[in-house]
Design a protein around this ligand. Structure first.
Ligand code: NCD
Length: 277
């Protein structure tokens, strides 16, 4: 697929920090023979002067972008960009709402490690309120059969009602677990433990963040309550919720998960923009 994107330009518009998503889209485009138009420091672009997302999209199209990959702090940003753009827009994270390509990577990781997605029990642990990866993972996992989701978090960090409503409408089995002793019991039921960091940047009140900081940590002690072959996943970056003592265990799936971002995004760009092979 070395020439699949030959002559194509992929604009990377990242209005929020990123390591994995930005670089894997960058490398995926190059690996397929395409060119990147990166805009990774919004403070250095006219967005900082108050230029609208609409005008930014129009300018990028004017300079030949064939596709726009957008990360933005606002919910609905990618959807809006897709409405005003004439070229395809890929959502690389829209506020606390969604991060669909991360979820494709997550399910791909489960498929590779477990052989199938059907019937998997996923326990999401951490900041489920402000995380965008857990909603997207829930939406995508609902397309498979026999999936069970456990949302393990203190009440203040629980999954948003909009996600619950969606899961109910699709008859997906899920359970909210708020109590620490319940979490330990539930660990025995799950195949995949999906951890997220506290999304500090989205807390309306810094003192609330300080209160919840350190309220959950995945370490060897906690894993002793889980199935011996539980897969530990994390979209990364981690802060202090996932102990490095897990890194050397066979349960650590998160580095492979991050690596799979490259082939997954290559496949996605090829499907959207690729030429004949
Ligand atoms: C996630 C994100 O941006 O939502 N990171 C990523 O893309 N791998 C998770 C996070 O920032 O915590």
């Amino acid at each position: 697929y070395r020439d699949s994107l030959r002559g194509k330009k992929v604009a990377l518009v990242f209005v929020e920090p990123s390591t994995r998503t930005f670089h894997s889209f960058f490398e995926a485009t190059r690996a397929l023979g395409g060119e990147v138009m990166p805009m990774s420091d919004p403070s250095m672009s006219s967005l900082a002067k108050g230029e609208s997302l609409h005008d930014t999209v129009k300018m990028l199209e004017g300079y030949g972008a064939d596709c726009i990959v957008l990360r933005h702090p606002c919910r609905g940003a990618a959807k809006y960009a897709a409405e005003v753009a004439e070229v395809p827009v890929i959502n690389a994270g829209s506020g606390s709402q969604e991060h669909p390509t991360q979820s494709m990577i997550d399910l791909y990781t489960i498929l590779r490690r477990r052989g199938s997605i059907d019937g998997v029990s996923i326990g999401a642990l951490g900041d489920l309120r402000f995380s965008r990866t857990v909603p997207s993972l829930s939406y995508l996992a609902s397309l498979f059969s026999g999936v069970t989701l456990y949302f393990m978090a203190p009440t203040a960090l629980q999954i948003k009602p909009e996600v619950e409503l969606f899961l109910k409408s699709r008859n997906v089995k899920y359970k909210r677990i708020e109590d620490v002793s319940e979490i330990r019991k539930t660990l025995r039921e799950i195949d995949v433990l999906y951890v997220t960091r506290l999304q500090k940047e989205r807390f309306p009140d810094p003192s609330e963040y300080e209160k919840l900081r350190g309220s959950y940590v995945v370490n060897r002690e906690l894993l002793s309550y889980a199935k011996i072959d539980v897969g530990v996943m994390h979209p990364l970056p981690r802060v202090d919720e996932l102990s490095p003592e897990i890194d050397s265990t066979p349960n650590a799936w998160y580095f492979d998960q991050a690596r799979y971002g490259l082939p997954l995004r290559m496949a996605l760009l090829h499907m959207i923009l690729g030429g004949e092979e």
